[in-house]
Design a protein around this ligand. Structure first.
Ligand code: SF4
Ligand code: SF4
Length: 452
């Protein structure tokens, strides 16, 4: 049901997005059109053009979008977003569009349309669920990203906190304005926490050249989910792993994934160069969904093979369990636990069974959410939407509503996940909807269950 609160939340976020884009001039429109004209210079032009051609407006995707299902207005239909890009491309860059215009839905890009682009493209959480169900395989997420890329490349515009995170990343090497001294202090703190909780003397290796694994977590975990870092560290200790972190590049997030190819490439190059400097064999991505997509999928496809492997920490832990390298006691986590599949980890990177292998041995009562795996619903914070404080009401009232219902249906007391952004969104959903549940990283539960 579309309640007053939902209407208010949507309208509020739309007004904020409009403000962030600012006053749109004819010159802005011209610049964006120039970028659309350079569609063949995108790293994946054929796919984008194919998707623009293929959509038949059958509507099958709409029923699979958590936003449209919660708030069924025309503008939230995935195919509507696609049509915004397609109509402009047809009108300005194809003969048929220039000739027949309205007859085939070709539309001019003007100031109003550009505003609508910005709003619609940043309301989508880029979860790609609609793409899984499209009979023609149209990936609306890729088109939404392409629209964001055009605007960013032409006008340098994105949402507020995402832009701030990128500024921080390009100047300091991490998205949270964190200095090396603060990082080292935080490491000491979590080492002490492990000593207190487990009685183990554990040291995090830093800048160890030639270590087998170089771990880069999302640095949001340093202040929002430190137990995840403690769990990973304790697990490496128990498995006698040869690993290191870096004092310079200790943050794996890459917001360029959400909106800008140049930003993405600059940041991923920081990760690649640091892995080379450390001479690691495996770059291990911590509990982070979009960074997995960046380093596992986009990086090797767009930049060529790396001289090291990339793994999710979930794969490492699941392998340790299979090889009997770590001992775990599921009695340490007696409460019912469910698992939220982050869209980027599950749908984009296939990290689906590993968290389940782990949760089944560290928890006494593991319950699946329905639907799950690559059919899961987005938490409501994907696509960088959760980074914005101003999107809070939109996320908790609309984009995350289906996730709330899913969690309730499991009867679980803990919802575990493996993505820093999902953790923030789950935190907001649980608080706002007063759920009798708490969120956790998978390695938070590993920490409880680990034995030496
Ligand atoms: S399901 Fe595919 S073809 Fe049908 S409207 Fe959606 S994107 Fe277009
Ligand atoms: S990518 Fe996700 S949020 Fe965006 S239109 Fe598709 S299902 Fe909806």
């Amino acid at each position: 049901m579309v309640t007053e609160a939902k209407v208010k939340a949507v309208e509020g976020y739309e007004k904020t997005l409009e403000r962030w884009l600012g006053n749109v001039t004819k010159e802005d429109v011209k610049k964006v059109l120039e970028m659309v004209g350079k569609i063949d210079k995108l790293p994946y032009p054929r796919l984008v053009k194919l998707y623009l051609d293929l959509c038949s407006y059958c509507g099958a995707c709409a029923e699979e979008c958590h936003i449209y299902k919660t708030y069924p207005k025309k503008e939230f239909n995935p195919a509507y977003r696609t049509s915004l890009l397609r109509s402009v491309y047809l009108r300005h860059f194809t003969l048929i569009g220039k000739t027949f215009r309205g007859l085939i839905g070709a539309k001019e890009l003007d100031e109003k349309m550009l505003q609508e682009w910005f709003i619609r493209f940043y309301q989508c959480t880029m979860c790609r669920r609609c793409g899984v169900f499209c009979p023609f395989g149209v990936d609306n997420m890729a088109l939404v990203r392409t629209g964001r890329v055009f605007i960013s490349a032409a006008l340098g515009k994105t949402t507020l906190d995402m832009g701030r995170g990128v500024d921080s990343h390009l100047s300091l090497g991490n998205a949270s304005f964190m200095k090396e001294a603060v990082f080292k202090h935080t490491v000491k703190f979590w080492e002490e926490e492990i000593k207190e909780k487990k009685g183990w003397e554990v040291k995090v290796p830093i800048d160890k050249i030639g270590a087998e694994m170089y771990l880069i977590p999302p640095n949001t975990d340093f202040f929002h989910s430190l137990e995840t870092m403690e769990g990973i560290t304790a697990m490496f200790h128990a498995a006698k792993a040869d690993w290191t972190m870096s004092s310079k590049i200790f943050d794996v997030v890459n917001y360029g994934v959400f909106y800008d190819d140049d930003v993405w490439e600059k940041i991923i190059n920081m990760h690649i160069e640091e892995a080379k400097r450390l001479k690691c064999k495996i770059l291990v991505v911590g509990e982070c969904g979009h960074a997995l997509k960046s380093l596992m999928m986009l990086g090797p496809s767009l930049l060529g093979a790396f001289p090291f492997k990339v793994k999710s920490v979930l794969e490492v832990t699941a392998d340790y369990i299979k090889q009997g390298k770590i001992k775990l006691n599921k009695e340490a986590n007696p409460e019912p636990v469910t698992y939220h599949d982050p869209c980027n980890a599950a749908r984009m990177c296939g990290i689906i069974e590993e968290p389940r292998i782990i949760l089944k041995v560290v928890c006494k009562d593991f319950r699946e959410m329905v639907p799950n795996r690559d059919r899961n619903y987005c938490c409501g914070g994907g696509g960088g939407v959760v980074l914005e404080t101003a999107s809070h009401d939109y996320r908790v009232e609309v984009a995350g509503k289906m996730k709330v219902d899913q969690i309730k249906q499991t009867g679980a007391k803990i919802v575990a996940t493996i993505c820093a952004n999902c953790k923030v969104e789950l935190d907001h959903l649980i608080t706002y909807h007063k759920l009798d549940v708490r969120w956790a990283g998978v390695h938070d539960l590993v920490l409880n269950a680990l034995m030496l």
